[in-house]
Design a protein. Structure first.
Lengths: 172, 164
């Protein structure tokens, strides 16, 4: 998978025209699939090293659900429902957009073995496009971050020049 | 240009979703419970799909894959001998977490190995790919997760302040 900073940067570039709140949650959504899939594995590995107990292989594989589109949508909906109503709509839109962009980037990779169950639960077939190496994003990271910073800077300039002041609108 | 939006700009006024809308407050906790239940089922099923694959070397693979497991283990022992890596492996592919050593595998290296299950039950290791920067990706992931979490909290804090 591309690294998470690349995911966040790509998400922020794609959401550069969105309202601030949607953009914020789009960035959160762009890291969400890996948080769901990797964080439990890291926690289990740490617990295993600390306690000496073996890591459950099935648990490690079960968290692959975090890269299933339907499951990620469900997680985004749960998160949105847990948020205050004023934030909910923009948060759900941002979370799902960011998460789906994340999955698209991951699917573009080439692994020696593996892929993503994009059609789960209807199919357990693995999909992968094989367009880029899993660590290629690290080589491009400085450029990706620079592009994202430029896009966000341009966004700020354009919005400050063209935004018409309205009551309650505090988006930069 | 006048814009109207369901999404609130005045955080003190809740949006006017119809009761059946997925994001409405009606039955909010029931919706969360149902979704969480479905995710739990998916989680269990995902784990079940991988039953029969086992990390080695302390756990035997079920027959008839037992011989394959031993052959894969032997192949990984050759990797270990070469690179001093600690092997975690499961059919049909293998990941190795490397201990700090000199050579191709270093701390945090992941080595992916593709093997074939022969008709006699043995396994041939066909190809291997080394990911030497896996630890760096993990570290970047932690930083990015922390930044995203901070962004979310910042946005929510703004909502609470404007409501106050």
């Amino acid at each position: 998978m591309p690294d998470l900073l690349t995911h966040a940067a790509v998400g922020s570039m794609l959401g550069v025209a969105a309202r601030r709140r949607v953009l914020v949650w789009l960035v959160v959504g762009s890291v969400l699939p890996d948080v769901i899939s990797r964080l439990p594995g890291l926690a289990m590995a740490l617990a295993s090293r600390t306690t000496g107990l073996p890591v459950s292989y099935e648990l490690l594989q079960a968290v692959g659900l975090g890269h299933v589109p339907l499951a990620v949508l469900a997680v985004c909906l749960i998160i949105a429902l847990l948020l205050p109503a004023p934030v909910r709509s923009a948060a759900f839109l941002g979370l799902t957009s960011g998460a789906l962009v994340h999955l698209a980037l991951d699917t573009a990779q080439a692994h020696l073995v593996g892929g993503y169950m994009l059609l789960y639960p209807f199919s357990t077939r693995l999909f992968e496009l094989g367009l880029m190496d899993a660590e290629a994003s690290l080589d491009l990271l400085p450029w990706t971050m620079a592009l994202a910073a430029a896009a966000l800077g341009l966004r700020r300039v354009i919005r400050s020049r063209w935004r018409r002041p309205s009551a309650g609108d505090q988006s930069p | 240009m006048t814009t109207t939006s369901r999404s609130i700009t005045d955080p003190g006024t809740p949006p006017s979703w119809p009761p059946w809308h997925p994001l409405s407050d009606r039955g909010r906790w029931a919706k969360v419970a149902v979704l969480a239940g479905l995710l739990a089922l998916g989680f269990l099923h995902m784990g079940w799909l991988h039953t029969g694959e086992r990390p080695a070397p302390d756990t035997l693979l079920a027959d008839p894959a037992r011989h394959a497991g031993e052959e894969v283990e032997l192949a990984m022992m050759r990797v270990v001998a070469r690179d001093g890596a600690r092997a975690r492996l499961w059919a049909p592919w293998i990941e190795v977490e490397a201990d700090p050593v000199d050579g191709a595998a270093g701390p945090g290296t992941i080595i992916s190995v593709r093997g074939r299950l022969r008709s006699d039950g043995t396994v041939a290791v066909d190809s291997m790919r080394v990911y030497p920067r896996h630890a760096l990706k993990k570290a970047i992931g932690i930083v990015a997760t922390a930044l995203a979490g901070a962004l979310a909290l910042w946005d929510l804090r703004g909502v609470r302040k404007r409501r106050a």
